[in-house]
Design a protein around this ligand. Structure first.
Ligand code: PLP
Length: 401
């Protein structure tokens, strides 16, 4: 019996790479850990001071200096950042929060975890961000019992949302804005960094799929000193240090980031702008190389918005292509691709009750969006392989009709 027969006999799935040797995959993304990070992290491990300490404080300082905001509070994940930002504004039972229908589910899950209801709104087709027009319609037609309290725009894939239009709506309808900037560290909108001097609350993620990573991790940036101290308290069991030691002021959870994760984050921050610059060049190269294919087959290439940080490069296939078949074909040729993001109203967790208006754009992006490899160490020959493979796969699919 050869290996494959033994695997099958043992009830295991057919596993071709075992027979043919591993295929060298071009991954969708790859973390970029600088050499100096190893030293920094092992220094923390040797020190024995593992929880939030000097590196945590330094990382927060460095992030707020980078963003140009008053305060940054580091936490254990991007989802923790979203959850705490909502809690810091006292969003909870009886409240509703407007969320784009096309995003990673953590955006709406964070709202649900506070006891509030997410209200799902369609996105616009060019930048994939919440549509100010659909948002205003949703606000005007909202008839639910809960009080609309906040908008949670996502800077999808690092493409900046239209903050001017969102701030205008927020002011007119008395809503807070909590930005899901999980993908958007280093992105900017009209020259101003996302999460910078004009933000109320912006939430970042340092998951390995994001440009800067601490393994798991996240941060909230703010320019409101009261919100900052509330966030610090909420991340740390609701405790506050007073003259007589710690007091428990409110019941909360533990969302602290470890000190070695902060050391890991600090080791990357000085490279971030350069990495984003490289990602912009890769995006430009993809767009130039794929333009003829896009014109011939009707594939939508992403818009090069000024300030885009290119956490993900997602194209949109026309309806005649079956996206999941394209994903499979690309992977079998050694190129890892995937869907871009979810359509929350389509995954059945949130129910129709929270859905306001037509969400046809979010549905289409969910079914036809195709994320292709994007990371700063992607080589020129790999970019060419990705494009040539995509060309072959799509032409073959088009020829089969
Ligand atoms: C990654 C991501 C999150 C969640 O961040 P975690 O650090 O994985 O918890 C939330 N929202 C969006 C838009 C994301 O891309």
């Amino acid at each position: 019996m050869d290996i494959e027969e033994r695997r099958l006999a043992a009830g295991l799935k057919r596993h071709l790479p075992l027979l043919t040797g591993p295929i060298e995959m071009i991954p969708l993304s790859r973390p970029n850990i600088p050499d100096e990070a190893h030293q920094r992290v092992s220094d923390v491990l040797r020190s024995g001071m593992l929880v939030h300490g000097k590196n945590g404080a330094d990382f927060e300082q460095a992030l707020s200096a980078y963003l140009g905001c008053q305060d940054v509070v580091v936490v254990s994940s991007g989802t923790a950042a979203l959850h705490l930002a909502l809690l810091a504004l006292d969003v909870g039972k009886g409240d509703a929060v407007l969320v784009p229908d096309f995003t990673f589910p953590a955006t709406a899950n964070a709202v649900l975890m506070t006891g509030a209801e997410p209200v799902l709104v369609d996105v616009e087709p060019v930048h994939f961000n919440i549509s100010p027009e659909a948002l205003e319609k949703a606000i005007r037609s909202y008839k639910g019992d809960a009080k609309l309290k906040a908008i949670m725009p996502v800077h999808e894939f690092g493409s900046p949302a239209n903050l001017a239009a969102l701030r205008d709506l927020a002011a007119r309808y008395d809503l807070h804005i909590i930005e899901d900037a999980a993908c958007a560290l280093g992105a900017s909108n009209e020259g101003a960094l996302i999460g910078g001097p004009s933000t109320l609350l912006s939430c970042f993620s340092f998951h390995p799929r994001k440009t800067l990573t601490t393994g798991e991790g996240g941060a909230v940036s703010t320019n409101d000193a009261q919100l900052a101290s509330r966030l610090r308290r909420l991340r740390n069991h609701g405790m506050e240090r007073g003259p007589d030691g710690f007091t428990f002021v409110e019941a909360s959870t533990n969302y602290r980031l470890t000190d070695f994760q902060s050391a890991l984050g600090l080791s990357q921050l000085s490279s971030l702008d350069q990495w984003i610059e490289t990602r912009r060049k890769i995006a430009e190269r993809y767009i130039g190389r794929l333009k003829p294919l896009s014109e011939e087959l009707g594939v939508q290439l992403p818009a090069q918005a000024p300030g885009h940080s290119w956490q993900t490069f997602m194209l949109v296939l026309p309806d005649r292509f079956e996206r999941d078949a394209v994903v499979k074909a690309m992977r079998s040729e050694g190129v890892e691709v995937n869907l871009g993001a979810q359509c929350l109203s389509a995954i059945g967790l949130y129910g129709e009750a929270t859905l306001l208006g037509n969400v046809s754009v979010a549905r289409r992006l969910y079914h036809q969006g195709l994320a292709i490899p994007m990371f700063e160490n992607l080589r020129a020959d790999e970019i060419e392989t990705v494009c040539a493979t995509l060309e072959t796969v799509l032409r073959n699919a088009a020829a089969r009709g």
